[in-house]
Ligand binder design. Sequence first.
Ligand code: BG6
Length: 495
Amino acid sequence: LSLQPTIFIIFGGTGDLNSRKLAPALYNLYLDGFLPQQFTIIGTGRTKLTDEVFSEKLLEGINQFSRRGKADEAKWAEFSKHVAYQVSDINDFETYKEFGRRIDHYSKEWNAKPNVIYYLAVSPNFFPVIAENISKAKLGTDTERTRIVIEKPFGHDLESSKKLNALLGKIFDEKQIYRIDHYLGKETVQNIMAFRFANSILEPLWNRNYIQHVQISVTEQLGVGERGDYYDGAGALRDMIQNHLLQLLCLVAMESPVSFSADEVRNRKVDVLKAMRRFTPDDVRLSAVRGQYAKGWIEGKEVPGYREEGKVNPQSNTETFAAMKFFIDNWRWHGVPFYLRTGKRMHQSSSVIMIQFKDVPHYIFPTETAESWQQNRLIISIQPEMSIRLQVQAKRPGLNMVLNTVDMVFDYKGTYTNDAPEAYETLLLDTMLGDQTLFMRGDQVEAAWDLLMPVLNTWQSKTSLSFPNYSADSWGPEAAEALIARDGFHWFSLP
Ligand code: BG6
């Protein structure tokens, strides 16, 4: 790999994202030899800290959150030589002049023009002021070498996302903007494209002629935790469906790109979003369900209801669960429903895609011998289990013709001995390499918002809800089961 000398400037350096995700990912990249010889990580934030105290903080994060556990002392000592801290006021132009001085300093020391990656691990309220100051200080003018990384939410709705894109677009080229959807960095999610487009046997089946319906389910046992202030203004639709679940849907539904290059892949994904049927207000009533968790028990521990969580309005109508049914109006998917659901404080933490194939056209066996009418399913399990199973019917050994469902399994644990890297390791490496394939392009973000606006608007206008409407440790509100049961199906979950 050709890795250029690199400076990471991490805004929100003392924050949660850095200590949980970014620092462990950078450290693991270092251990695996995926950082260039010449690199510096400059954390920046309001708190006054020395370089040493800052790097101690990063070490704590790594020890607690790295997939490899506690850092090795000698390796850490080497790594931490590359860590620095700059106290900053992001509203103050002086801050950016100081970044400029530091960049010059390293350019001289390394005798090379470094890549500079501005990572905005801060609330989106600060994106505009940071971007504008970077521009004013002329720190983003080298379109080959400077990049800006931002985390969702990319706006709150279609209008605000357009505004954000327009603002960033004035300052940076699209090729400099790295919008993170961390689901795209997950190993099992990256594998969806490999599975679909590096195998010839699936494509003939991958359409309305053979597929009856698709389910995408991302459920979490965790509640909203410490993030009440952000989440209460967002909700499950904005927090999960707009980005992660729709991206999974795009990966399942997209046409084959002509090559595995960033824009070809993203063009095919955005085609899917554009082909998705827009909801009328009536459709919202019929095809979208929202819920909010009540208090309850999870694994023997009592947990509060959503309205009792910290920094949440006690009368909040924010949804912590959403389920919806979509159609994609194109030749491949005409008439095939895609059911999506996500929720917090659910019975299981699991992300699964289930593709249900149609039944055989004529069943020759006595029906009482069949264990299940679900004859063929493809189950792509993203986490925590990492596997792909194809469910088929087989004759159970014995003197009678009794059939049952068996799994043909590709299981990561049984197949590979090496650990999968964390999503952030992949995404940070790709940022250094300048590969945007796994990042959201501005038009994708807008297309996803555009699709969901009728739901957001309808939900916002109807506020007489009987929330909470599902208990912790359940599979969500009854209406979600009814949504799919009306079509004769049930939500799928792994045992
Ligand atoms: C984030 C959401 O984007 O994804 C969180 O803001 C959610 O609310 C998280 O918990 C889930 O990610 P993962 O990787 O734990 O499935």
